[in-house]
Design a protein around this ligand. Structure first.
Ligand code: 16G
Ligand code: ZN
Length: 543
């Protein structure tokens, strides 16, 4: 009873905005920041319950990533550091939309009972809070902390404010703590920088060290700029960081802008022509590379698919060395993409003898699939991705990297490189800082410039993305990792008809967005005109 009234009292401080329907989409709740206090408070309750239920630390990240400055959002990091378990999403939706404190408290107690969350076993909740640089994050953080007041009476809880961090840093800290490790930014930087140095130490002679020119990073005027500076100070890394926060967040800058618009970000121009450049997004969980054309007006985009391909080639080389001498069975290596992956990249990877899987859009799907392999890599074309290693494979590496146990020098090197990749690449979610370190190391290893990287693997097929504003996007249902429409009837046949006009390279799919009230159209063709034409005609069918 006492608990109930404490929760009721604190809930009444955060009434939900009238007439707004919230949905825990692909990346948590996202909306105009002024609408989110009640939602953040309520997700705070969820996080505490999840922590008690899993007997683990849970993370809460306040960010709206690449979206505009006035937006914000909240998302939960599960004990592994990954996304919230999907079977808790309906509860998140339900409490976010509860109209008043009484119905909220009722939902909470019903859920506790249904899921059998044991509040009486003396385990208290522990939640890590993080936020990006958005000013609205300050009051939203307070709302999250108030959830503690509501929930503390239930069982007692600790909410630890990690301050301004990148999204992947918060996920990393949650994972690290739950594995019994340290959970500070310092330990994050130490792990990444130590592993990076180790990877460079195991760079073979030829090629290595050819690329010593500067990397210029566009930090989207977000949290990644300062964090990259810190990382850089721990390494001898030749990086110049621009858009570090003085301009407007994500406004004509950042990975989403460069990838979607294929335009030169603010602060870059003709003097940068030909140089190796990269863009992070607003919370530093996406990364793309690019170079500026000689007139300073266009970018040659090196997107998530090419980062994926570069890493895959490198990993396969190392795994092949191990396989030459491996007695202990084959290693499963899997590459995971979505339907947005450029067709040329998928073709390239398959020809290289790699196993390529396709999942629906959204990190939770890609990550889950990649975790099925000994070594799994996933990237979305937009630049979100990472490389995952299974525990079993890591212990095999430990014995292979111990050169004294019979392994050759070559095998030892490959094992050490793979271990270093595991240390560099965030095992919880995609991380732009991890990505920068691995791209830089692999380019050094190969002795490649950004142009060689961009041109040697494959050439992107021209593609076009359009969005169609529809009355109700939920009338469209898809199957086969979003590559086929199953509802409404007849739509897929109509799309097939258009695609047939653009064979053999024409490809097109439509899907309802998971973050906006639109239907997205993606088309690819052998020429710019063909891709544009196909996208336009399919968009007009959807409309
Ligand atoms: C979210 C997803 C991203 C996906 C994008 C698609 C996470 C952490 N982020 O940003 O992976 O590419 O949504 O947006 O899962 P859309 O559904 O509006 O096309
Ligand atoms: Zn992001």
């Amino acid at each position: 009873e006492e608990q109930r009234s404490a929760l009721l009292n604190s809930s009444s401080l955060f009434p939900p905005p009238p007439g707004v329907k919230f949905s825990y989409g692909t990346s948590g709740f996202r909306a105009d920041a002024s609408l989110l206090e009640s939602t953040v408070f309520r997700v705070g309750i969820l996080a505490a319950l999840r922590s008690i239920h899993t007997r683990s630390v849970i993370g809460l990240m306040i960010t709206a990533s690449h979206n505009r400055l006035s937006d914000n959002g909240i998302k939960v990091a599960d004990p592994s550091g990954g996304m919230l378990a999907q079977n808790w999403e309906p509860f998140a939706d339900a409490i976010a939309n509860a109209p008043d404190p009484n119905s909220l408290v009722q939902l909470v107690y019903d859920f506790i009972k249904r899921v059998n969350i044991r509040l009486d076993e003396g385990f208290s909740a522990e939640v890590f809070l993080g936020r990006d640089t958005r000013p609205s994050g300050i009051s939203l953080l307070e709302a999250a902390k108030q959830a503690k007041l509501g929930i503390i009476s239930i069982i007692g809880s600790t909410f630890t404010d990690m301050g301004i961090v990148t999204t992947p840093q918060l996920h990393w800290m949650v994972r690290s703590r739950n594995k019994g490790g340290e959970a500070s930014e310092q330990s994050y930087y130490n792990q990444l920088s130590t592993s990076f140095r180790c990877l460079l130490d195991y760079c073979p002679g030829e090629g290595c060290g050819n690329v010593d020119d500067e990397l210029i990073v566009d930090a989207a005027d977000g949290v990644g700029g300062e964090k990259l500076e810190t990382l850089k100070s721990k390494l001898s890394l030749n990086v110049q960081v621009r858009n570090r926060g003085a301009g407007v967040l994500n406004d004509g800058v950042g990975a989403d802008y460069v990838q979607k618009e294929k335009l030169v970000p603010r602060g870059f121009g003709p003097p940068d022509a030909g140089k190796r450049c990269a863009s992070l997004d607003g919370d530093a969980d996406r990364l793309v590379y690019f170079s500026v054309s000689s007139d300073g007006n266009a970018v040659d985009l090196v997107d998530g698919d090419k980062i994926l391909s570069l890493f895959s080639v490198f990993l396969k080389e190392q795994l092949d060395v191990l396989a030459e001498e491996e007695e202990g069975g084959v290693v499963s290596f899997g590459v995971v993409q979505t339907a947005y992956a450029n067709g040329a990249s998928t073709e390239y990877l398959r020809r290289a003898g790699l196993r390529v899987a396709c999942t629906p859009t959204g990190v939770k799907y890609l990550h889950e699939k990649a975790a099925e392999y000994d070594v799994g890599i996933y990237f979305e074309a937009n630049g979100h991705g990472t490389v995952l290693f299974s525990d079993g494979f890591l212990s095999r590496l430990d014995s292979s990297s111990n050169a004294e146990i019979g392994g050759s020098e070559k095998k030892h090197g490959a094992a050490m490189r793979l271990r270093a990749v595991n240390g560099i690449m965030n095992q919880a979610v995609g991380d732009a800082l991890s990505g920068v370190l691995l791209v830089e190391a692999v380019l050094l290893y190969k002795g490649w410039s950004i142009h060689q990287w961009s041109e040697r693997l494959y050439r992107d097929l021209p593609s076009r993305q359009l969005k169609v504003i529809v009355h109700d996007r939920s009338v469209i249902e898809t199957a086969d990792a979003e590559t086929r429409v199953v509802k409404p009837a007849g739509l897929q046949e109509a799309i097939d008809g258009e695609v047939a006009k653009h064979s053999p390279d024409g490809r097109c799919f439509v899907r309802p967005s998971g973050t906006e009230d639109v239907v997205r159209v993606y088309a690819e063709g052998s020429t710019r005109e063909s891709a544009d034409d196909l996208a336009r005609s399919v968009a007009s069918i959807v409309d």
